[in-house]
Ligand binder design. Structure first.
Ligand SMILES: NC(=O)c1ccc[n+]([C@@H]2O[C@H](COP(=O)([O-])OP(=O)(O)OC[C@H]3O[C@@H](n4cnc5c(N)ncnc54)[C@H](O)[C@@H]3O)[C@@H](O)[C@H]2O)c1
Length: 267
């Protein structure tokens, strides 16, 4: 049974900090767009803007990859795409299983962005016997009774949980016992996993709550703003774009369009 893991190491193998790893997909997304436009080189400032991070952080991140760019020329786009893809393990195909094929699981199965990034949906699994055999995104749904066999037969190491929260821990335990070592959890619950298993959690409602915080703050500023010429002394303005303390992107000083951290977070 899961023993529970309460913290994650600050650095991964080969000394790349976790925060840098979390930004690599942002760089890759921006670089892929440049590559598709056949842009050969890019400056750290341009790439930082496109990725939504600050350029000093980008240069520091790339130094972990041993990539320093060429003064006056910038970074070679194709080479960086290759380097980051290799670092993220994307130069190989990763079979993925999705468990819980309801609204969300079906939407994920239909999402073309997984396959184009090297994540092949190997199987769809659901506990509802009525769904067994029904195709979703062209893949027949399989019953949870088959879970262990499916994982072994397909050599799957990444599982996606899209079940109701109440079922997620039990599904997680079965996935882990069957050999899954990475889990992307969409269920709104904290999963307990043994050492050696990585869990990432996506929660769009948390992102909305952070936006609600900013909306509330903006509304408060409008109410508090003194009328011109009234002579009132107001406190220095607080940027509405700063994240609340402890939130993703907090204390980063500056955030790009997406913030510095993607809307996926450690469990
Ligand atoms: N993270 C996010 O941003 C986000 C967004 C939407 C929904 N969610 C969460 O995703 C989950 C799924 O939402 P939904 O709208 O697709 O729900 P849904 O009810 O449409 O689908 C849930 C599916 O899980 C299956 N299921 C239940 N128990 C199972 C088990 N033990 N093993 C395998 N399958 C099982 C059900 O048969 C059903 O098909 C919920 O936990 C929801 O809160 C998260």
């Amino acid at each position: 049974m899961a023993t529970g893991r309460t913290h994650r190491p600050a650095t991964r193998s080969r000394g790349i900090p976790e925060a840098t790893v979390a930004r690599l997909p942002l760089y890759l997304r921006a670089l892929t767009a440049l590559s598709e436009r056949s842009v050969p080189t890019v400056s750290s400032e341009e790439l930082a803007t496109a990725a939504g991070v600050n350029s000093a952080k980008l240069r520091k991140d790339f130094s972990y990859l041993g990539s320093y760019g060429t003064r006056g020329v910038g970074y070679d786009v194709e080479y960086l795409v290759y380097q980051i893809s290799r670092e993220l393990g994307l130069t190989q195909d990763w079979p993925v299983v999705i468990v819980g094929i309801g609204n969300l699981g079906a939407a994920l199965a239909n999402y073309g962005g997984f396959a184009s990034r090297g994540f092949r949906v190997a199987a769809l699994i659901d506990a509802d016997p009525a769904m067994a055999g029904k195709p979703v995104a062209g893949i027949p749904v399989q019953h949870t009774d088959e879970l262990e066999k499916i994982i072994t037969d397909n050599g799957v190491s990444i599982g996606v949980i899209a079940t109701p929260a109440g079922a997620a821990q039990q599904v997680c335990d079965r996935l882990v016992a069957a050999g899954i070592t990475s889990i992307l959890n969409f269920a709104p619950t904290v999963l307990s996993v043994p050492d050696g298993v990585d869990v990432r959690k996506v929660d769009l409602s948390i992102e909305l709550q952070i936006l609600a915080f900013h909306e509330q703050r903006k509304a408060g500023e409008e109410v508090a703003a003194p009328e011109e010429g009234a002579g009132a002394v107001s406190p220095p303005p607080v940027s509405p774009h700063r994240a609340p303390p402890g939130a993703p992107g907090a204390d980063s000083g500056r955030q790009g369009p997406d913030g510095d951290v993607p809307a996926v977070m450690p469990a």
